[in-house]
Ligand binder design. Structure first.
Ligand SMILES: Cc1cc2nc3c(=O)[nH]c(=O)nc-3n(C[C@H](O)[C@H](O)[C@H](O)COP(=O)(O)O)c2cc1C
Length: 357
């Protein structure tokens, strides 16, 4: 039977974090229901203002922090005592204000990927109860963060998520040419990081596996391989509670294994997505002559030189239901989705003792 998971001061009944899914795929409703079912629910910060009613075409950064706090409130209305956190990508231009907004909004856990959150403890100083969780794909990245945090802030991460570039959805922390070569070993990385924490820090820090966990067999395998818990994202898209449009969910239901692949993001990272419409994504920006209006990423080839496509608006179109020109991020398992379910039904399937099982 799966054990509860403790991250810093917070314990959830089941060892499951819902992966942050940017641009309103995991907003307050999904995060709240995950927390209600006994996992850690994450509101993803990236592009949260889009389709929120708070963005008026000029106030992007202000709308982002307001919408972020509004979604945290929504999540807490659903699960007042739940463990609700956030996912904030380090690559976002407004990373710092979003971390501050997360704290103001009552986030209990801050998960950071798409870059190494070297200065995160400084931003959260004064809030020791807020758990800090970096996402890495290698032992080396974990070492860099831990050594910097210990030396500068005398602080350790409260958990680490190890994201597998060969299976996870969205932006991936590995070079395009190194993905899918068979060389990466997710659970070896999990164990190396676990050992590093024990040997170098004398601490038993939870290490969470992300990428490719779909069903109970995958979950049990991850735990047997040494992970303390799993982070799951794609599995929760086809739920009633997921914040995406019905068309986005239907695109998961309709896709086949061969439709899922890699696309180069203007952020300079590969991303995994459903690629049936990939030529239309860039064409949309060409047809509509849309220059970068938001500046959402610190580094972006579309912002700098019009190269590739505007990722936040492409993800927003998909979130709203335009899967012909929008970008639908997903993990390698998305083709397995065969029906719209509920968050509780998925917990019931994963954990035999979940309420209602
Ligand atoms: C639609 C979608 C959007 C995502 N957006 C983000 C994001 O904004 N930030 C982030 O750190 N990871 C993001 N991810 C990665 C997930 O949080 C998660 O780590 C990964 O997808 C786990 O693999 P799985 O989808 O096979 O469960 C996204 C994944 C998907 C499918």
């Amino acid at each position: 039977m799966a054990q509860p998971l403790t991250i810093g001061k917070h314990t959830v009944r089941y060892p499951l974090i819902q992966g942050g899914m940017g641009v309103r795929i995991s907003a307050g409703r999904l995060a709240g229901h995950i927390a209600k079912s006994g996992g850690v629910g994450l509101v993803a910060a990236a592009g949260i203002a889009l389709n929120s009613g708070l963005y008026d075409g000029r106030n992007f950064f202000q709308a982002e922090t307001e919408a972020f706090k509004a979604e945290l409130r929504k999540a807490y209305e659903i699960a007042p005592d739940g463990i609700i956190g956030v996912n904030v990508m380090v690559a976002l231009s407004d990373f710092e204000p979003l971390v501050k907004a997360a704290i103001e909004g009552g986030a209990k856990v801050i998960v950071c990927g798409a870059g190494l959150p070297m200065g995160l403890p400084e931003l959260t100083a004064g809030y020791p109860d807020v758990a800090l969780v970096p996402i890495v794909s290698s032992l080396r990245a974990a070492q860099l963060i831990v050594r910097k945090w210990r030396k500068t802030y005398n602080r350790l991460p409260d958990a680490v998520v190890v994201e597998d570039p060969d299976t996870a959805g969205g932006h991936l922390g590995e070079k395009m040419e190194n993905i899918g070569t068979g060389e990466y070993d997710q659970y070896a990385t999990v164990r190396e990081i676990k050992t590093f924490f024990r040997d170098e820090c004398g601490a038993d820090i939870p290490v969470i596996a992300a990428g490719g966990v779909w069903d109970r067999a995958d979950l049990e395998y991850a735990l047997a391989q040494g992970a303390d818990g799993v982070q799951m994202a794609s599995r929760f898209v086809c739920t009633e509670e997921c914040d995406a449009s019905d068309e986005f969910k239907q695109h998961y239901l309709d896709c086949s294994k061969e439709d899922i692949g890699l696309i180069m993001s203007p952020a300079g990272l590969p991303g995994r997505a459903i690629l049936t419409n990939k030529d239309n994504i860039r064409q949309y920006d060409l047809d509509n002559h849309t220059p970068c209006r938001m500046g959402c990423l610190k580094k972006c080839s579309y912002k700098e030189s019009g190269e590739r496509f505007c990722i936040v608006t492409a993800l927003d179109r998909a979130q709203r239901g335009d899967v012909e020109t929008g970008l639908v991020f997903c993990g390698t398992n998305a083709w397995k989705a065969d029906r719209i379910s509920t968050v509780q039904a998925i917990f019931d399937e994963l954990f035999e003792d979940a309420p209602g099982a």
